[in-house]
Design a protein around this ligand. Structure first.
Ligand code: SF4
Length: 485
């Protein structure tokens, strides 16, 4: 079993998973390992790679921990030969959260009458419990606690002739969010759910092709970014090229707006826009919406940095690195003692006292989830002698859980679910607290007129409580949706 998630990182929404695949290059698994390394921010608990070699067939390696600690070993990489490979990095958003067993680590593999197939899934299936019950009643034997395994069993039961058609068949039964990279002996397959909640992009690497959750992972292998896979699109890639299919009923897309705020890496391109530039634009909007007289703008590193730069540029208030992050924290203290645990956020972040003393400080962070870290950071800043502390948050209040592949605490644990903005300000003990508005966030991601309330352009359910796909499993467990206004 994997050790529990890092105790000092429990106040952020956790990215879901990252997927990567390559076809048509020698030693494809080496490219996949590098791609997964670049996607490590999307999941640090475990990773896996499946490759196909004409002589040896399908080979797989699944390990706990970082990609760099496993898939750099020559011994492991030699077991993954071939010109076709896919991989997955995982943070558990389904199955046994924080208690990953190796059988839950993807890619999953299934042997069908027409040959084997492996799949790696990013997202969350919102009707997985119902599907699992039905499949078990009909004789399926599940190996893992992951919702993604349903797809393999649905494929096994399909009567279609080939694997891409079986996959289409299976995915038509699935509700929720999925960006999938899959492979057969000769094909690399990429699919995005009809709403396109999670990202997936196509790249060209030499004479071959790559599929990736984000463009930053194409850069690391020297692949050229070709385009995003469209919402509802399935691409089937062989040595003859890329075939594009649209097997699902077309609906208006609802990409996850939080990818722009926090999940994706700032050096990735999303929806034709640089993530870094979008975050800077969020900071500018925030400065327009919630100005404050102060001496310094400081980011809560690292994710608050581009928004803090944007805030500083817009407001004219100098930017400073008032908080320094210890880059080597990682999982150093897997089993911290009580004494170390009490040091909490100080192990990860340290205040640059010389800069802060006597200053009125604006702290820019990407989000407030439970608020526990924000409180500690405020204390550290005041201890260092700051005259005032003002929080500016680059997302609207996170008041609802995500059911589409992001790990969020239960609704009652979200600070914004139980308190008004003013109550949160008093709870955090800061001089002022302001969040960007939903419209301001939409403007920053390029929607000049803001949010179209009749047909929102993005998924923003964790802010608005308006879920684009009914979370059936959670409703069954008693989750209460927001009442219609
Ligand atoms: S609920 Fe929030 S985090 Fe989840 S997909 Fe929607 S916008 Fe993204």
């Amino acid at each position: 079993m994997m050790p529990p998630a890092h105790p000092f990182d429990d106040d952020k929404l956790k990215e879901e998973c990252g997927v990567f695949g390559v076809i048509g290059t020698q030693d494809a698994s080496n490219f996949v390992a590098l791609g997964l390394h670049a996607l490590q921010h999307r999941g640090q608990e475990a990773g896996g790679i499946v490759s196909y070699d004409a002589e040896l067939g399908f080979q797989s390696a699944r390990r706990f921990g970082y990609v760099r600690d496993n898939f750099t070993s020559q011994k492991i990489m030699e077991t993954l030969p071939g010109s076709l490979a896919i991989g997955h990095v995982r943070y558990s958003t389904s199955g046994n959260k924080g208690q990953t067993a190796i059988r839950d680590v993807q890619p999953f593999f299934g042997e069908f009458a027409m040959g084997g197939a492996a799949i790696a899934h990013n997202g969350n299936i919102t009707n997985a419990n119902a599907l699992r019950r039905e499949l078990i009643e009909r004789g399926s034997i599940f190996q893992s606690s992951s919702d993604s395994e349903c797809i393999i069993h649905l494929m096994a039961r399909s009567l279609q002739r080939n694997i891409p058609e079986r996959m289409e068949d299976a995915l038509r039964r699935v509700e929720g969010a999925f960006s999938i990279v899959a492979m057969t002996r000769t094909k690399l397959i990429g699919v995005r759910d009809p709403l396109g909640v999670r990202p997936l992009v196509l790249g060209r690497v030499g004479d071959g092709w790559a599929l990736s959750s984000e463009t930053c992972a194409l850069d690391i292998i020297g692949a050229e970014f070709v385009r995003e896979i469209e919402p509802g699109e399935m691409v089937v890639i062989t040595d003859k090229g890329v075939e594009s299919l649209f097997p699902f009923r077309r609906v208006a897309p609802r990409f996850c707006i939080f990818e722009h705020v926090y999940f994706s890496r700032p050096d990735s391109i999303l929806g034709g826009r640089s993530v870094y530039e979008t975050r800077e634009a969020i900071g500018r909007e925030l400065a327009k919406e919630a100005p404050v007289d102060a001496d310094l703008v400081c980011p809560v590193p690292d994710s608050g940095t581009p928004a803090a730069i944007g805030f500083s540029l817009q407001s004219g208030i100098p930017y400073a690195m008032g908080i320094i992050r210890n880059q080597y924290m990682g999982r150093t203290f897997i089993e911290p003692t009580e004494q170390i645990r009490n040091m909490g956020v100080r192990l990860k972040l340290n205040v640059n006292r010389a800069l802060i003393r006597g200053k009125r400080v604006i702290l820019v962070d990407d989000s407030v989830v439970r608020g526990t870290t924000s409180r500690k950071i405020k204390e550290m800043i005041l201890d260092a002698g700051a005259a005032e502390v003002h929080f500016r948050i680059a997302s609207p209040p996170t008041a609802w859980p995500c059911f589409y592949g992001v790990d969020t605490p239960q609704r009652e644990k979200l600070l914004a679910a139980t308190m008004s903005e003013d109550e949160m300000r008093a709870h955090l003990g800061v001089d002022s607290l302001k969040f960007i508005s939903l419209d301001g966030l939409y403007r920053a991601v390029g929607e000049a007129k803001g949010r179209n309330n009749a047909c929102p352009q993005y998924c923003d359910a964790c802010f608005s409580g308006e879920y684009p796909v009914k979370p059936s499993d959670m409703l069954e467990k008693g989750f209460e949706m927001k009442a219609a206004e």
